[in-house]
Design a protein around this ligand. Sequence first.
Ligand SMILES: Cc1cc2ncn([C@H]3O[C@H](COP(=O)(O)O)[C@@H](O)[C@H]3O)c2cc1C
Ligand SMILES: O=C(O)c1cccnc1
Length: 351
Amino acid sequence: MTDIYDVMAKITALDTDSIEQARARQAQLTKPAGSLGRLEEVAVQMAGITRSVTPIVQRRAVVVMAADHGVTAEGVSAYPKDVTPQMVLNFLAGGAAINALARQAQADVTVVDIGVAADLEHPQLLSRKVRRGTANMAREAAMSQAEVLQAITTGIEVMENLAAQGVDLVATGEMGIGNTTAASAITASLLNVPAEHVTGRGTGIDDQQLTHKVRIIEQAIAHNVPDVEQPLDVLAKLGGLEIAGLVGVILAAAAHRIPVIIDGFISSAAALVAVALAPAARDYLFAGHLSVERGHRLILEKLGLEPLLTLHLRLGEGTGAVLAMHIIEGALRTHSEMSTFAEAGVSDKEA
Ligand SMILES: Cc1cc2ncn([C@H]3O[C@H](COP(=O)(O)O)[C@@H](O)[C@H]3O)c2cc1C
Ligand SMILES: O=C(O)c1cccnc1
């Protein structure tokens, strides 16, 4: 069985030689120095991740981890929990937002049932139920330590299979009614900020429901007393089987030197846990976009990540991350396909 600590130990710093050579190449391309802005930084980071001076992307994938949340019993979402399995079937039928965007980006959609309460069967579904939804964190720990480890291991195995199939750019996605509550609770704990500062409207709750959601998160934290120095304790108690699965995806991708595009608030809560466990994983991440969900900005600031897009999305599923694939590939195209001043016979800046 996969040992998560072995995977974490394989995550190393970016390759400084490739970074230096990529920077030197950028300086020779036919454009004013620095004029491609963040695209230049993205290309250089990609070089450091892949150990290639001119990296290319050949196979893209988005992993959509789906699971249910016991805390939905407290009335924290605008939608019923039945939407989780219904949306899983929609992903498999190709009818969700993530399917349309993944087709455009030519990304494979891998859907994983890591803890949906209902029975689900489909030839394309990876059935990896750790349990049938988490327990209600307002009353008890969402998961046991064994379950959180199993969920992370599941994510690692899913990512390792994708790596074996040649996937070299991965996006994180999730589906789970109630999961903004779990993500907010994790974020409040790990960033040591009041729940109110990192709790948003998720699928669209009103002011009164938002106040109630904050109270439920405060109750969950007060009742479970997660050890904020132990990211796995926080993750187990405040939950999210799909969030734990994405922690595994992120760790395994970084261990395989595969860049990971993080989607919105929920995916970023997973990134926060992954980086708390293995700080070197941070340099393998790109923030696809800035979500409307309150708290997302704080996570990205903590991780030192600047979002590639700001489109006022608040959907999840991996939508913003898959959209950002186009930006990353634009960065790589310009970096590798542009001529140098010498090649094109264009005069460089006067010395
Ligand atoms: C039809 C539908 C499709 C979705 N796709 C993603 N989410 C998003 O909304 C949920 C989180 O919001 P909350 O915490 O308020 O429940 C997650 O499932 C997330 O992926 C959806 C939500 C709905 C209703
Ligand atoms: O940012 C996200 O990931 C998000 C926000 C609201 C609802 N679902 C997901």
